[in-house]
Every structure is written in structure tokens, then in C-alpha cells.
Design a protein around this ligand. Sequence first.
Ligand code: SF4
Ligand code: SF4
Length: 72
Amino acid sequence: MSKFRIKVYPERCKSCQYCIKFCPKNVFEVGKKVNAKGYEYVEPVRMDDCIGCQSCTRICPDGAIEMYKEVE
Ligand code: SF4
Ligand code: SF4
């Protein structure tokens, strides 16, 4: 079985929330922590629901999201 894993690079995120809007599985939420630029960066809080569609990696204007497949 394989799982999709999502990595958000906090320092690249501008909290535009496009990933939240475009993720069909509602994986992301704006977190409570702030990066060095003062943005509340998003976190992949429901990563186990990810279906690997890559909408988030494509839509993020700042390349802050990476998706990879974990093979078990
Ligand atoms: S790959 Fe698709 S399902 Fe997974 S977090 Fe990104 S937008 Fe959501
Ligand atoms: S699309 Fe990219 S920059 Fe925008 S909130 Fe999501 S991770 Fe941050």
C-alpha cells in the first residue's frame, strides 16, 4: 500500500490559502504559527486523506508544497 505525504515549507508560504481552496480532500488548514515574514502558514493537518492529485503543488504560487508517495 502506498500513502501520499505532503510537506509544506513554512518560510515560503504567504498564507494565500489557494491550497485550502483547491484541495478536494480538505487536507490543509491555516496554522497558528507564524513564519519569519509574519504569515500564518498552512499545515497539512489531514494528510492521511490525501489522494495524490497534486492540485496543491501546482496551485501554490510560491512552491511551498511538495508531495511524494511513500511506499510501505
Ligand atoms: S495532492 Fe491533492 S488531495 Fe493531496 S493535499 Fe494536495 S490537493 Fe489535497
Ligand atoms: S498555496 Fe502555497 S503560499 Fe498559498 S497558502 Fe498554500 S502553501 Fe501557502
